[in-house]
Structure formats: structure tokens, C-alpha cells
Design a protein around this ligand. Structure first.
Ligand code: ADP
Length: 491
């Protein structure tokens, strides 16, 4: 195969924007296949046929009817909306056609049959990858993502001539762990019940299928790739990852620069770009009005958007509030998640009306306006595989204030004296996920903001960075070629 020849890649995921989304994985699975397709590669995306996916996918046709574990399945074929990416949906009504969240029931608990759901999905993906569904198409590379596709690499390793397999970890904290009885019920090969395969401290681990059997494992930032090899961030899998260190790497996520473009964003009150930042003030005013904050043009406005869970550290912002408000700032939070955090945030907003605003729920338009109007974007994540919001913030001139961890460490350059002088600074980085450290970083930011020229320079340095998927797609191609080399010739 010539180095520049187009590749045939099957991209397997459990969610993809705009069909179904619970988090950053959907953004990646919606954008990376398109970027690779646009570079001329034969990228095909395969997902479970959830009701939302069936509704939004547009025209679909039945490409195959087959059985997995005695269950009748159909393979549906179409296009990922708005792209030229070939889409396959694995249709198994008993397992996937249920309303609501793809992984959780209405009470927020994992669906009780999740192991079976994603085992059946994995078996279907393996059949497709080995061209046993009559498609006359055989991928050279199969790219799997997170625990829901973890059994695919294991199943493909049983094949006489398997394709090259890449497994991406978007968040190691979610592993797909089930009791031994589930392992037996799924009829998986006995040899897999071993610490060298899928067994993890007496339980079945889906993610280990990917970590053990894929030719290449990557995660969504170089720093997170190093961190997960340490006991502190390895979630018990650091030993295995160190063992495979020569096959583990990190590639930063990109952002959809069409959707996140301040010069064309329909959600903004006023559009702007790096050379014309003045309209941001209109967005800031619109944001204050929308959130019920005082119309105080002098106040520095700091915002936070994200899932309200321990990982993201909204509690750290809450604990830092007294020091932040003492600076005369305003703070706004958009998010949804754990009840206790939601209640605490609501209480903080009630106590400081006009200075603290909290919007509970998921609101894409408001998230855009917050990026387009805020002075500071706070991300005190305790861990962060990549993080997308700091990338949106960089592009929108909302200066990020971040904990030095994972993808945040890789994408934000602290405004220390040397970086400022070199014009390389893009934000403020602090070393501990603690209220005091966050407040100290915000204090530095507020001090620098008194110098409008230095501030504009900081904003522009961030806005000029290229975090497009087009650029990242090249890095994935290089990874695919390494996986192909590992898998050996004849693919
Ligand atoms: P994670 O995948 O861990 O949730 P990321 O930063 O990688 O975190 O991606 C989160 C995505 O979801 C981003 O696109 C972010 O803007 C968006 N998001 C999260 N919560 C909200 C919310 N309440 N309203 C609007 N967008 C949100």
C-alpha cells in the first residue's frame, strides 16, 4: 500500500452528533469521520439504531438482515446528516429502540441489560468489519471508542486475518464493569476470563477489551495519555497501560469550526473576529440581561459551562465565590447534573442576586452566548481527558482559567511573564483543583485585564490557534498507519 493511498476505516461508536449525544464522544464521532472523509478516505460510521438516530438520520435502507446470539438484527444504511459519511445503524428493536438516554433509564440508572446491548452491538460490528454481512466492503482499520465498543477489538482478535484496530479512550472513568454472571450469560470465550484479557478484579471489564486487544490505544490529549499510566489517574488500569505504553498515545480533540465560529454564530447578539473584538461587549450585555445579572459594565464576567459532576469541579467555583465576588466580579454557571451541586448553585444565586447567575439545564444557544460574551471561562476540572469548552473559549476570546491537568494543560498557555512577552500566553493555569488556587489565578487575570492592550493580545493569541478537525484528522491517519504496520501485511 502506498503511504498516501486512501484508507477504508470503520468507525464504531455508541453516540455521534447530530444523531445522539450525551457528551464529548458524540462531538468527536460526528466530526472526525467527516474530516477524514473530506480528505478522501472511505470512512464509515456505525452506531446502534436508537430512536433518535432513526429519526434524525433521514433516508435509510435495509442493507442486511442477520442474527446475533439468536436475536434478529437489521443493518440499516444511509448518510450522517450534513456529510458524505456512510452511516450504518445496527437495528435491534428489543435492545435499542427505547426512549430517552442511550445508557440510562428514566431514573438515571444504567439500563439493566447494558452488557447485552453493547455485546450484541460489538458482535454486529465485528460481522460488518469482517465483511460477513454482504456489503462487499472490508475496512483496513476498525476504530473503536470507549467501553461500549470494547468487545469489538477482543472479537476481532479471534479472526484469522483481523483488520488493524485502534481504540480511543475518551474517559477512563467509565469502564463498563459487570459481574461474572454476566460474562457467563454473554457466552464469551472462557479464555477471556483472565487478568490478561477481560477480567478486572473479579468483574467483566468491557474497556479492557479495547486496552488489551487493540493494536493501538489512544486517548484525547497527550497529557491525559501520560496521566492514565499513573496510579493517581489510572482508575486501576495504569499497570496495564504502562505495560502497553509503546502502543499508547494522545491526540487532542478538534472542534467543529463551522458550528463554533464567532464571525457567523447565529446564537450571538453580535458577531466578531480576532481583529474586531469590540462587539463582544454587546454579547456581554445580552448575556447579563438574559441571566438577570446587574448591568454593571465594569464587572469582570466569569462563566462556567459543563456537566455538574465531581470531575468538572463546579463545587470548587462555589467554594471560591467569596474571593471572586470580593473582586467585584460576576459569575454565571450553565449546567446540569448531580442534585446536590444543582441545589448548592441555586442557593448561591439566590444569596447574591445580580452577581451570581445559575441556569440549570442543557442549552446550546446559551453556551454559545456565554463563550461570546464572557471575559473569563473557568474550568477547574479535577481531571479532564481533553475538554472542549476551553477550546471554544480560546476561539471566542473568553480567556480560559484552567487546572493544569489533561487536555487543559495541553491547550492553555499560562500568562506568566515570559509567555506574555513572547505573545504565546492564552489563559491562566493553576496547579491544584482547589478554591484558593482557582481564586489566585482569577486574581491574576483580573489584574492583567486592567491593561487592555495586554488583554487583547492574550485573547488574540488564543483566537488564532488552529484546533480544527482537519488538522487532527492528519494525526489520526498517522495513527491508523501505525496500527496497520503493527497488524502486519495483507490488509
Ligand atoms: P464531557 O464530554 O466530559 O462532558 P467536554 O468538554 O469534552 O466534556 O464536552 C462537553 C460538551 O457538552 C461541550 O460541547 C459542552 O459545551 C457541552 N455542554 C455540557 N453541558 C452543557 C449545558 N448544560 N448546556 C450546553 N452545553 C453543554
Amino acid at each position: 500500500m502506498k503511504a498516501e493511498a486512501p484508507l477504508r476505516v470503520l468507525y464504531a461508536a455508541s453516540e455521534a452528533h447530530p444523531l445522539v449525544k450525551t457528551g464529548g464522544l458524540a462531538d468527536v464521532a460526528g466530526a472526525l469521520p467527516r474530516a477524514l472523509r473530506n480528505l478522501g478516505h472511505d470512512l464509515r460510521l456505525v452506531l446502534p439504531a436508537y430512536p433518535a438516530a432513526l429519526e434524525r438520520a433521514g433516508a435509510l435502507r435495509t442493507a442486511a438482515a442477520f442474527q446475533v446470539d439468536g436475536r434478529p438484527l437489521r443493518l440499516l444504511e444511509g448518510r450522517l446528516p450534513g456529510t458524505r459519511v456512510h452511516l450504518y445503524l445496527v437495528d435491534c428493536p428489543a435492545l435499542f429502540r427505547r426512549p430517552g438516554h442511550p445508557y440510562l433509564d428514566a431514573g438515571g440508572r444504567p439500563w439493566p441489560d447494558n452488557a447485552e446491548r453493547f455485546c450484541v452491538f460489538a458482535r454486529a460490528v465485528a460481522e460488518l468489519a469482517c465483511d460477513r454481512l454482504g456489503r462487499r466492503w472490508r475496512p483496513q482499520v476498525v476504530h473503536c471508542n470507549d467501553w461500549q465498543t470494547g468487545l469489538v477489538p477482543a472479537l476481532l482478535a479471534l479472526e484469522p486475518v483481523p483488520p488493524a484496530v485502534v481504540f480511543t479512550v475518551h474517559n477512563l472513568a467509565y469502564q463498563g464493569l459487570f459481574p461474572h454472571a454476566t460474562f457467563t450469560a454473554l457466552g464469551l470465550p472462557d479464555a477471556w476470563w483472565s487478568y490478561q484479557a477481560l477480567e478486572f478484579h473479579g468483574r467483566l471489564s468491557f474497556i479492557k477489551g479495547g486496552l488489551v486487544f487493540a493494536h493501538r490505544v489512544n486517548t484525547v490529549s497527550p497529557t491525559y495519555a501520560r496521566e492514565i499510566m499513573t496510579p493517581a489517574a489510572g482508575c486501576g488500569l495504569d499497570g496495564l497501560l504502562r505495560h502497553r505504553a509503546h502502543r499508547v498515545s494522545g491526540i487532542l480533540n478538534g472542534i467543529d469550526t463551522g458550528v463554533w465560529n464567532p464571525a457567523r454564530d447565529p446564537h450571538l447578539a453580535a458577531r466578531f473576529h480576532a481583529r474586531r473584538l469590540a462587539p463582544r461587549a454587546d454579547n456581554r450585555r445580552a448575556l447579563r440581561r438574559r441571566l438577570g445579572l446587574d448591568p454593571d459594565d465594569e464587572a469582570v464576567l466569569a462563566v462556567h459551562v459543563g456537566r455538574l459532576v465531581e470531575q468538572k469541579g463546579a463545587d470548587i467555583i462555589l467554594d471560591a465565590l467569596p474571593r471572586l465576588l470580593a473582586l467585584g466580579m460576576q459569575v454565571a454557571v450553565l449546567g446540569s447534573g448531580e442534585r446536590a451541586l444543582e441545589d448548592a448553585l441555586r442557593a448561591a444565586a439566590r444569596t447574591r442576586p445580580g452577581r451570581v447567575a445559575v441556569h440549570l439545564g442543557y442549552d446550546e444557544g446559551l453556551a454559545h452566548l456565554m463563550e461570546g460574551g464572557a471575559d473569563l471561562f473557568l474550568m477547574p476540572s479535577r481531571f479532564e481527558p481533553c475538554g472542549l469548552n476551553q477550546l471554544y473559549s480560546l476561539r471566542y476570546g473568553a480567556v480560559p482559567v484552567v487546572h493544569r491537568v489533561g487536555g487543559l494543560a495541553d491547550t492553555v498557555t499560562d500568562a506568566g511573564p515570559a509567555a506574555l512577552a513572547a505573545g504565546e500566553a492564552t489563559g491562566f493555569v493553576f496547579d491544584a483543583p482547589e478554591p484558593g488556587a482557582l481564586a489566585a489565578a482569577v486574581e491574576r487575570a483580573v489584574a492583567l485585564k486592567r491593561d487592555p492592550r495586554a488583554w487583547t493580545r492574550l485573547q488574540r493569541a488564543g483566537m488564532r490557534q488552529d484546533h480544527s478537525w482537519r488538522r487532527r484528522a492528519g494525526e489520526y491517519l498517522a495513527l491508523y498507519r501505525r496500527a496497520l504496520a503493527d497488524a502486519g501485511p495483507a490488509r
